[in-house]
Design a protein around this ligand. Structure first.
Ligand code: NAD
Ligand code: GLY
Length: 350
């Protein structure tokens, strides 16, 4: 087992390794004195992993209530979130009890938001089962649901007490979802670590998956430790996301998040290179990584469709929006654009 500490407003460990779901009870006992919890998961992960997590928690003396919602991004809405809150209340959870978010980024973001808001905030533990959740969404405390107007438009910053990442869970992950996790992994390498980019391009990542997750978490922990509430540096984690979210919205949330981010990174790199924010060769580096991990690189939407969706993005600040560009491989910065600038950026992206 490898452990990375996240030093945000509260410090917490991220445990990474094989067989950790069976050890959930033992690990959780070190994070909380509470003996009652609600495990929140989706219906796919419920069938695969809920029994072993519940058993492990019960063996450690924890009373467990289990709640599953239909798998997929389409569930990341206010009705399903409301159902979670009602479940927590019906289960009689008190402010000293805790929730467990078991699953991918959807379960993590939603259960995290329910934990952030139920009785004005209870503790929760992240147990990511997708590569995307392990490498990105379970760390850093961003929780959210989607609204009809766009992605993650209602949410809260609420750091987990602990993250338990069992890398064995990736064995049941469909190829498409593994690739989605590689998109956020490539993003971390592109914005923060050229050496990690070379590692990803040369090494057999599946065989080195514990190290891949650890490096992702280290990069994310370093950024979040510096700027937990996204006032500055944390914005670089949104590389590829302004147009990626616009793709997700245009698709009615049927394009998976990681795949939309891959296309969004290609679009951002192309626009930034054409507008001279990034050096020549940046787009090729992004394309090469996306191809290596079988991620889509062609955006099916037009510039006006992307622009219309992007201006409702929460990263917009009045009449301006920050987009992330690569200054070189492994280094990123934000560029503030007015709405006309965003329109030109979107046109240059295609
Ligand atoms: P997801 O949670 O929908 O999981 C993808 C699919 O994999 C689902 O059908 C799920 O049931 C299934 N699954 C999960 N674990 C499995 C396993 N081990 N074996 C087999 N199937 C499994 O999606 P995701 O890609 O994990 O996460 C995407 C979400 O994460 C998006 O909503 C995105 O906005 C969010 N996100 C949040 C942050 C953050 O910082 N909070 C960062 C990145 C992404
Ligand atoms: N995934 C972007 C962030 O956590 O800030």
């Amino acid at each position: 087992m490898q452990t990375v500490m996240v030093n945000a407003s509260s410090a917490y460990p991220v445990h990474i390794g094989g067989g950790l779901l069976e050890r959930a009870g033992e690990l959780v006992a070190g994070a909380t004195k509470s003996r009652t919890c609600a495990v929140i998961t989706d219906t796919t992960v419920e069938k695969l992993y809920a029994a072993r997590v519940c058993r492990s928690l019960q063996d450690a003396g924890v009373t467990v209530r289990l709640h599953a919602f239909p798998a997929g991004e389409q569930s990341k809405n206010i009705a399903v979130y409301g159902g979670m809150l009602e479940f927590l209340a019906e289960s009689g959870l008190t402010r000293s009890d805790f929730a467990v978010a078991l699953g991918g980024g959807v379960a993590g973001d939603m259960a995290g938001f329910a934990a952030a808001t139920y009785q004005r905030g209870i503790d929760y533990i992240q147990m990511p089962t997708t590569l995307l959740a392990a490498s990105d969404s379970s760390v850093g405390g961003k929780t959210a649901i989607d609204l009809a107007a766009g992605k993650n438009l209602a949410g809260a910053f609420h750091q987990p007490k602990m993250v338990i990442c069992d890398t064995d869970a990736f064995q049941t992950l469909p190829e498409e979802d593994f690739a989605g996790g590689m998109a956020e992994t490539v993003k971390h390498a592109l914005i923060a670590d050229a050496g990690f980019y070379r590692f990803l391009m040369e090494e057999p990542v599946r065989e080195r998956i514990g190290d891949v997750v650890r490096r992702n978490v280290e990069i994310k922990a370093s950024v979040v430790g510096e700027d937990e509430f996204e006032r500055g540096r944390r914005k670089i984690l949104n590389f590829g996301h302004t147009l990626g979210h616009a793709i997700e919205k245009n698709s009615g949330f049927t394009v998976p998040h990681g795949h939309a981010v891959a296309m969004g990174m290609v679009l951002a790199a192309r626009a930034a290179e054409r507008m001279a924010y990034s050096p020549a060769g940046t787009l090729d580096a992004v394309l090469a990584a996306c191809r290596r991990f079988r991620l889509p690189t062609q955006c099916p939407y037009t510039a006006p469709q992307l622009y219309a969706a992007a201006i409702s993005d929460k990263k917009r600040d009045g009449g301006s929006i920050d987009v992330v560009v690569l200054e070189e491989l492994g280094r990123a910065r934000t560029v503030r654009l007015d709405l006309e600038g965003l329109r030109r950026f979107t046109e240059a992206a295609l």
